[in-house]
Design a protein around this ligand. Structure first.
Ligand code: UDP
Ligand code: MG
Length: 339
């Protein structure tokens, strides 16, 4: 029988996680497949982890990975992916904005042969400001990124094991799942759904969204560098023309230039421009520095419900620095496994 994994990151989701697991479990059971639900607790400060442990009593398919602190949605998704063992992996938010009832449809398209099935939002219930910021980002990203996804897609998708393996091998530190998924390629199908509004405040704050937008843009495009080059070129041409003009005026003695204002403006403007260009270059250099350090993308504190270490969930390039796997419903020992 084929095996399906659901991977969901959860940060401070104690209010929603029970319903999420219940609805997922029902959808998967009705689809008639062997399945596991891997919820990654991204260092929640509320009782998400305890809730999940509780839920394991009723849902044996539930597996929990707890990260050592809040790493962010993208690292949490990566952690979940590393632990998923399914022939198909469904990645979705744990806040029920990605309705579990869509799972059978995703599976159907996968069985029909698609290796990447992406859920696209027909509508999205979100506050206006958030929606506007997201639209602006998608517009810029779509225009300048080297590979793109349609703007109405999110995390929610199903990927075949083959695609999941490709994503697992991408070890970059600044991750943007949607970009990596588009980069991986493979044959793809779309499924449409209406995205409901979120119950409670978003965990992905606007600041986190901006950081994600930065990761996406700087990781998938050189547009910022090109823009600085372009602006620099235009300003330089303007400056040279102006200088020529001044020179001619001076030669012909038409008008003696007091000069100071011109000079000051030119110096300040060019100085500012150089700082912008340096800043953009610096952003890329900073990223290179972070990538070469090869720090773990996430760190696992506890693992509950997984078989003893050595299972295929832990690829050989992920050294385990201590044993922390627990098969029972209790807590795994604290360790510092890296991902
Ligand atoms: N999330 C996470 N770590 C974070 C922020 C969010 O794991 O630091 C999870 C969150 O619990 C949810 C999903 O990522 O399941 C999406 O978060 P949210 O609903 O806040 O963002 P949006 O729906 O606007 O993308
Ligand atoms: Mg959400």
């Amino acid at each position: 029988m084929t095996r399906v994994s659901v991977v969901a990151p959860a940060y401070n989701e104690e209010a929603l996680v029970a319903e999420f697991v219940t609805r997922c479990d029902r959808a998967l059971r009705e689809a008639g497949c062997d399945y596991e639900i891997v919820v990654v607790d991204d260092g929640s400060k509320d009782n998400t982890f305890l809730k999940l442990l509780d839920l394991r009593q009723s849902y044996p398919a539930l597996k929990v990975v707890r990260l050592s602190r809040n790493f962010g949605q993208e690292p949490a998704v990566h952690a979940g992916l590393q632990h998923a063992t399914g022939d198909a992996v469904i990645v979705m938010d744990a806040d029920l904005q990605d309705p579990p009832e869509l799972i059978p449809e995703l599976l159907r398209r996968w069985r029909d042969g698609a290796q990447v099935v992406v859920a696209r939002r027909r509508s999205r219930g979100e506050p206006l400001l958030r929606r506007m910021a997201t639209s602006l980002f998608h517009y810029i990203f779509h225009r300048y990124a080297s590979v793109t996804d349609p703007p109405d897609t999110g995390l929610f998708c199903l990927i075949d094991k083959q695609v999941a393996d490709v994503l697992r091998q991408m070890r970059e530190f600044h991750r943007y799942f949607r970009g990596l998924r588009a980069y991986a390629g493979f044959n793809r199908a779309d499924v449409w759904y209406d995205r409901p509004d979120r119950n409670g405040a978003p965990r992905q704050s606007l600041a986190k969204l901006f950081r994600l937008a930065g990761d996406a843009l700087f990781s998938f495009s050189y547009a910022p560098l090109r823009i600085s080059l372009l602006v620099g070129t235009i300003v330089s041409v303007l400056c040279i023309s102006y200088a020529t003009f001044l020179f001619v005026v001076r030669l012909l003695n038409l008008w003696v230039v007091p000069g100071f204002t011109t000079l000051a403006v030119a110096i300040l403007f060019l100085g500012g421009l150089q700082l912008v260009a340096l800043g953009i270059t610096g952003e890329y250099i900073g990223r290179i520095y972070e990538e070469v350090k090869r720090r773990p993308i996430y760190i696992v504190a506890d693992r509950v419900g997984f078989e003893a270490s050595g299972s295929e969930a832990f690829p050989p390039d992920q050294p385990e620095t201590s044993s922390k796997t627990s098969t029972g419903s209790g807590l795994g020992r604290l360790g510092s496994e890296q991902g």
